[in-house]
Design a protein around this ligand. Structure first.
Ligand code: AMP
Ligand code: ZN
Length: 112
């Protein structure tokens, strides 16, 4: 499949991994927007939040457990933001579900 993040899961494209288990991979964003900028993805391909369903939402719950664990490990005790861009209006550029963890500085508040 021609999906960048599936290729990262398969090890065909290198990444700086920060966490991995059988369902989930987390790695550093190649173009960080904050001192800590990590992407957390399900290993199984789904395009975006729009494809979350009763059949696959378990991995999304697991991703949020992993996010809390990574934030602690990264020392983000002062707070952080979790973002998932879904579709064109949100500017999604990689169509494999991913959650950005952004932290390590006071983040701007504008969301639009
Ligand atoms: P989005 O715009 O929400 O779809 O986010 C895609 C993110 O993937 C962007 O923040 C990119 O910087 C990041 N990205 C693209 N290619 C890579 C890569 N090879 N390794 C790590 N992050 C990447
Ligand atoms: Zn994929």
């Amino acid at each position: 499949m021609d999906c960048l993040f599936c290729k990262i899961v398969a090890g065909q494209i290198p990444s700086t991994k920060v966490y991995e288990d059988d369902q989930v991979l987390a790695f550093r964003d190649i173009a960080p927007q904050a001192p800590t900028h990590i992407l957390v993805i399900p290993k199984a391909h789904m395009a975006s939040v729009a494809e979350v369903s009763p059949e696959n939402s378990g991995v999304v719950a697991h991703i949020f457990e992993v996010i809390a664990q990574i934030a602690k490990a990264e020392g983000l005790e002062n707070g952080y933001r979790v973002v998932s861009n879904c579709g064109d209006d949100a500017g999604q550029t990689v169509h494999h579900l991913h959650f950005h963890i952004l932290g390590g500085k006071r983040l701007a508040l504008e969301m639009a």
